[in-house]
Design a protein around this ligand. Structure first.
Ligand code: MN
Length: 371
């Protein structure tokens, strides 16, 4: 029984401190920490809780072994490193101080190093059980040192420190929000089910917005309009910003009401495509034949001329100086729940829910002032 308690008490104590530590860390892990460090330097978020749980268990087993052997001499050292471990969570993740974080983790490494050496001299297995923890700490020290030396600007820190509320956000930072749908989630049925809307609008689009808000903090693009971000970035920020913009135009361009094509738009379509039917045919063909993931657009150039273009992945016509009027999402996630692989049926149905009023509102119709 005594032996059992010798192992279980330190394991439970370690896990409890670990749980408390991760509770302290969690607000920063998702919003602040990823902005400080290059993504290739840090493992995916899911690795952290798993690694720490394993390490805390090994940590508890190590001291448990020594106590079970009747040696109480290093218990104090062990408890001290556990306390400093928690203080490091507070200093670095809660107070968000790279300097305090670096100081505490260096003290922690010293204590863990001392414990490891000392426990090796009493029981080799107890020593080995601490080695993974020591290695992990050395890696964490390297990351903390990297963050400290690269000295994130005060702007980054204060922007990330600001509570996510519209009242206290500094002028420089913009939170990109997803506009509310102009219809109920089931309103487009049977063409588009509420389940598709829940995933496509509720999860995909929201995901792009969350990613963008996370990635943009501390970059020169912070505070720009979504359109400005799309036309001035590439990589992950571009992908998330452009996908956000594409989806906003897509969801705003649909309606459960039956909307006739307004006269002005109709005459522009007839002028540039021959007839509304020919336009729809050409658009449908482009949508059916678009390979992979992408978008089909009705666009307007600077002279007011309409045309149909397709873009791959996240690309948006504004990158080519074109004004998007209408878009169809032909990524598989747009139709797979309702239509499986039958993209054609999705396209045919979608024509019935196009909000032509909205399409006309987006058009400028006249040569833009720059020309
Ligand atoms: Mn989509």
């Amino acid at each position: 029984m005594k032996k059992f308690l010798a192992y279980t008490i330190p394991v439970i104590l370690s896990l409890a401190i670990g749980a408390l530590g991760s509770y302290v860390q969690s607000p920063s892990i998702s919003s602040w920490y990823p902005t400080l460090i290059k993504s290739q330097l840090t493992p995916p978020a899911v690795v952290f809780p798993i690694a720490w749980t394993v390490l805390y268990i090994l940590m508890g087993l190590s001291i448990g072994r020594l106590v079970a052997l009747g040696d109480m001499s290093v218990v104090r050292l062990w408890l001290m490193q556990l306390l400093v471990n928690f203080l490091w969570c507070v200093a670095f993740f809660s107070l968000r101080s790279p300097l305090l974080g670096l100081i505490t983790i260096l003290i922690l490494v010293a204590l863990v190093f001392a414990y490891t050496i000392y426990s090796f001299s009493i029981d080799r297995i107890a020593g080995w059980l601490f080695i993974p923890y020591l290695l992990w700490l050395l890696f964490a020290t390297y990351l903390t040192g990297y963050i400290y030396l690269n000295n994130p600007t005060t702007a980054t820190l204060s922007a990330a420190n600001a509570p996510q509320s519209s009242i206290t956000i500094p002028q420089s930072s913009t939170i990109y929000t997803v506009p509310a749908l102009p219809y109920l989630s089931g309103a487009l049925e049977p063409v588009m089910s509420s389940e598709t809307i829940e995933y496509h609008y509720g999860k995909h689009l929201k995901g792009y917005a969350d990613n963008l808000n996370r990635l943009i903090v501390g970059t020169p693009y912070e505070g720009m309009s979504l359109e400005q971000v799309v036309t001035s970035t590439d990589g992950a920020i571009f992908n998330n910003a452009a996908q956000m913009l594409n989806h906003i135009i897509f969801f705003e361009g649909m309606t459960p009401e039956v909307v006739a094509i307004p006269k002005r738009l109709e005459s522009a379509i007839v002028r540039d495509f021959g007839s509304v039917e020919l336009f729809k045919e050409q658009f449908t063909d482009a949508a059916k034949s678009l390979f992979g993931s992408g978008w089909v657009w009705l666009v307007e150039d600077n002279y007011g001329k309409l045309s149909i273009i397709t873009t791959q992945n996240a690309d948006n016509p504004i990158c080519q100086g074109l004004n998007p009027l209408l878009v169809l999402d032909v990524w598989e996630h747009a139709y797979y729940i309702d239509y499986r692989n039958r993209r054609s049926d999705f396209i045919d149905g979608w024509w019935g829910i196009v909000d032509w009023q909205k399409v006309e509102e987006r058009a400028k119709f006249s040569p833009s002032p720059e020309f």
